[in-house]
Design a binder for this molecule. Sequence first.
Ligand code: SAM
Length: 674
Amino acid sequence: MKERDFAEFNNRYAGQTCYVVGRGSTTYRYEDLRAVTEPVFFINDAVFLDRYVSAESFFMAHDRDPGRWLEMGIKSTPVLPEDGKIVSGRDDPLFANFAGEVVFYKWQRMEGEKLIRLDRNEVAGKRELYRNTGTIHSLLHFVWYCGFKKIRFIGCDGSTCGSTYDPRLPNLSQTRSWGQYESIRRVQDRLCRHFRFEVEYLSSSPSATQNSFRTEKPQIPKIAHFAWFGSEVPQAVLNNVEMFRRYHQDWEIHLWTSLPDELDADLRKIIESVDLLCMHSDVIRPWLLHRYGGLYIDTDIYTLRSMEELRYFDHFAAAGNQPGAIYNGVMGSRPGSAVMANFLRNVRAVHVRNLNPGSRTRFGPGLLREWNDRYPQELNILPAHYFYVLHTQGSVLKFIEMDRRGERPGFDSVRKRITDGVEPFALHMWGIPANQMPDGKGRSSWARMDRKTAVQSRDDRAGVASPDLPRISDGAQSAKIEHFYQHLGERWFVYPSLYKSMVERGASGSTFVEVGSWKGASASFMAVEIANSGKKIDFVCVDTWAGSDEHQHFPEVKSGRLYDIFIQNITPVKDYIKPLRMASVSASAQFPDETVDFVFIDGAHDFENVYADITAWYPKVKCGGVIAGHDYLVPKYGVARAVEQFFGSEFRNVRSSEGCWIYDKTGDAALKTL
Ligand SMILES: C[S@@+](CC[C@H](N)C(=O)[O-])C[C@H]1O[C@@H](n2cnc3c(N)ncnc32)[C@H](O)[C@@H]1O
């Protein structure tokens, strides 16, 4: 690492234009960055895009984790706070393999407002940049200090519509978008005014009403489904259904009070296995929408106006009032949509694999959230204020009371939550209030089926414990083993979440293969997870233990001791690992096709070898299994090219996390399961 002097940037680009690229959602074609000749500033994970840029580029980050990009060998010049979280100074180990130049500034002194009133020479003297909530705020101060006059923003418009980062960018920092972007944008605007920048926002994110799921013609039929299970339908529910009818006179309206006869047997079984009524309706709604299409509306939704315009979507759910949440209180779909089919597959997968067993929302909002986190481009998520603009039952009831008296109260006090100018369609009442229930007890989301019905349904299940319900945690659990991979050899193992999630989702009887185990760091992490899960997972580690080309200078490779070191290192978990000392492609021949649940490829990293590894191992993976590999994002390796070439049109279904590429093999590309 070489250091560039901060003072060198004082007015260096006087009067010029630059690009600032963040990771917010945008319709910008990133390939077009190739034609950009002006300097480009990347914020956090957007630096992934520096591979497109041939102009001078910079990288700014405030969080520790984007430091991983340094290890990946980015070509942008990092501009980093030497006293921030991202690096602990010039000697930070993150710079050990970083061959580029770095600009350091100070950040911790909290002189923000005073700082932006200093002139450039004074800022140069202090070597200090403005600090506020977003990385972009320090960046704007630096951009001004550099003398730029005009900024073209990409992915920085601070929109919360869609509520996630741009799904095309790998989220190596593993941060979540918490919906704070509106407030970040306000400070951003203030700074742009203060520094008198000319600004241009390129390809802002689409608003809900013009988003890519919106169709020319109505897709969703005029059918509304409500469901009330477990007791006599309260008047309050009937009132809500009537309220909906008032605005939808020509719609077909169904109030389901028992499970539809045609409901698939396996879904019926899932419903019978839980006694929380909300979970019944969570399972039933994607089925109704897939079978008949229409809107599914919770019975505690008070309709405010016609939902006709929502028919112009292929499907939708809406963001919840909690950051990152997606609620299913009002959902819509055309009949037979791929998304609802996928939803049902995910419901089945959650049940069969016993995923998130403690979560009461695992078939509903929990599943939607997890799904959206993994495949952010698949679900059409409308803004939260469409149905959840008021956040407490008290405020909703007050609103309804005034509404009934004909005093349309309006939403002035929550106007800032209405991000796209579209007025709310309905209000979620957060349960049926006690005084509106016949028994005076109210009905919370967590109401259970009454005991008699629950016992009855359990009795019905007795003796038919289906073979497709794996007993996940078979066997007595002994004390948990602590991880020790951190102490084994080089620090190449940086994908613990992936390995952990594979064990969580795998069932007893699964087979996992790791290609490339070196000194056993990744293998021992996996083995500890397997041991602690109590599942019987066969874990095969394939390696020649001769090292790849780039390892030939390592003394342990030269001396031929690598295998012994591996065996010694894995001693505490040796019963959970089957070493297979062979070349990857030959080893694959020992596995019949479609017998492996998870293959992880971390052998040689050149294009030919990675391509050969994927070609050899892909057929071995079961449908429903996963194939993945490491070093996806390292520009000098051929991994990305091999993955792109092998998967061809399926490449769009390759996701990326923790520097890995990951592909869920479904047998049907359109219908992935979690
Ligand atoms: C990067 S290291 C694996 C690191 C390991 N996954 C970890 O994180 O601790 C790559 C390993 O792949 C092995 N390898 C390279 N090419 C191989 C091949 N064709 N067949 C089997 N093993 C190979 C090398 O011997 C080396 O041990």
